[in-house]
Design a protein around this ligand. Structure first.
Ligand SMILES: Cc1cc2nc3c(=O)[nH]c(=O)nc-3n(C[C@H](O)[C@H](O)[C@H](O)COP(=O)(O)OP(=O)(O)OC[C@H]3O[C@@H](n4cnc5c(N)ncnc54)[C@H](O)[C@@H]3O)c2cc1C
Length: 391
């Protein structure tokens, strides 16, 4: 493959670069796992929307630009290089939206997509339950039909950003006699309905990055169902494909971390070279980030010709989550004892205050092999569907 950008793609890159240079906040926003930071990131989503940059792959009628996957990769490269804020509505824009486009009615698309693109509605994902994580078919939360409403009872957990989010897309058991992946339904609901209790859960960094959600006779109109009643499993599998596939974590994110790691190493080479393994790990990090980028370009061009991503999404997910761990562990080795300082520590010695961002990234990287389906589950998928091994 010879990767040469067209004139149109080069112009597109210039356009986004100029826009980001003029609009990216000069100082980093507070974490979106605080109330203040959540609202600041919501305002950033609105700014992106005004520039029509919040959902570049969506059709124009819903606020997008109709970009193909290569243009999306270019957008992401510029976005991460500019140090722009993390996307508080990633569950909506990158996971629910493609699912809505595939399974939603025209009314649902018109109702939900523009408000999602502008950050008016921030979405959380409600699949996991205390007894249903890897084994999602064990979902027990019920949605019982009562006229033109569903009445929901049960509990969800680990719902990212549900503490301040506006809406939830969840999976509920609508057929009480069903088991496993039958009888489940995909439902969209506002998180301020009567009967909903949200209990924040602290992440490793101490911030309430996710929540438990309790449902006590919560009434949701039937029109909020996505796809057919009882067909939720298929709808959810489409979402999971988007989650593990390209959209959740673009290669640009890891290229940016790799660049920062190389920079950290070069500035502290004298002390870092005391452990020759660090130099190797820095080089491997950079090469793996480049390899993942090239592999993604290849996948994107295949998908552009009509191919489906399939089980390859699982290999991607394992690769980026392990790479993210490697890069942050390597940074912690360079930082040495300063890496353990909490962000509020006044003095990071020779590292100034940069230890704070690396520690935060290191703690979050631990979650990579767990969310979006654990890496053990991805390995099962690869074994069965790609290698044809017995169950
Ligand atoms: C940062 C973060 C954000 C999250 N955000 C959300 C969210 O927004 N919405 C949501 O619904 N969920 C979310 N989750 C939950 C996530 O989807 C689950 O944690 C994940 O699916 C694993 O489920 P579990 O925690 O119940 O672990 P379990 O399923 O109990 O697994 C425990 C261990 O057993 C292993 N295991 C289980 N089954 C098998 C098997 N068949 N073969 C081999 N090994 C197996 C697992 O790999 C794991 O190591 C999030 C999780 C994290 C860490």
């Amino acid at each position: 493959m010879r990767l040469i950008y067209t004139e149109r793609q080069k112009q597109f890159r210039e356009e986004i670069r100029d826009w980001l240079a003029a609009h990216v906040p000069k100082a980093p926003l507070p974490s979106f796992d605080t109330e203040e930071g959540f609202e600041a990131h919501r305002r950033w989503e609105a700014t992106l929307f005004e520039g029509r940059w919040s959902a570049v792959t969506w059709p124009k009628e819903y606020g997008g630009r109709g970009c193909d996957l290569i243009e999306w990769l270019i957008f992401e490269e510029e976005y991460w290089r500019a140090g722009a804020p993390l996307r508080v509505n990633q569950n909506g824009v990158f996971l629910l939206a493609p699912t809505l486009m595939e399974y939603g009615s025209d009314e649902q698309k018109a109702r939900f997509l523009p408000r999602m693109a502008s950050g008016q509605d921030i979405w959380a994902q409600g699949w996991s339950e205390p007894g249903a994580g890897s084994d999602m078919a064990a979902i027990r939360s019920r949605a019982v039909r009562d006229g033109d409403h569903y009445v929901i009872n049960g509990q969800k957990t680990w719902s990212t950003r549900a503490v301040w989010a506006d809406w939830l897309f969840g999976m509920f058991r609508t057929d009480p006699a069903s088991s496993r992946h039958h009888g489940l339904t995909f439902i969209l609901l506002p998180l301020d309905l009567p009967g909903i209790t949200i209990r924040p859960i602290k992440q490793l960094n101490g911030l309430p990055g996710f929540a438990e959600i309790f449902f006590d006779d919560v009434r949701v109109p039937v029109e909020n169902r996505l796809g057919d009643e009882g067909a939720g499993w298929n709808v959810a599998m489409a979402t999971a494909g988007f989650e593990r596939g390209l959209m959740l974590r673009s290669p640009a994110r890891f290229q940016q971390t790799a660049r920062k790691l190389v920079d950290l190493y070069l500035r502290h080479r004298e002390s870092a070279d005391a452990d020759p393994g660090i130099r190797d790990a820095v080089m491997k990090s950079w090469m793996d980030a480049e390899a993942y980028t090239l592999a993604t370009y290849r996948t994107a061009s295949r998908l552009g010709k009509g191919a489906k991503i399939g089980a390859e999404a699982s290999t991607n997910k394992i690769f980026w989550s392990e790479l993210d761990l490697l890069m942050h562990e390597t940074a912690m080795r360079i930082l040495g004892p300063y890496g353990e300082l909490m962000p509020e520590a006044p003095d990071g010695g020779p590292f100034g205050h940069e230890h704070a961002a690396w520690l935060d990234g290191f703690l979050f990287a631990q979650a990579g092999p767990i969310y979006a389906g654990t890496n053990e589950i991805q390995r099962n998928i690869i074994a069965e569907r790609m290698l044809g091994l017995p169950r």
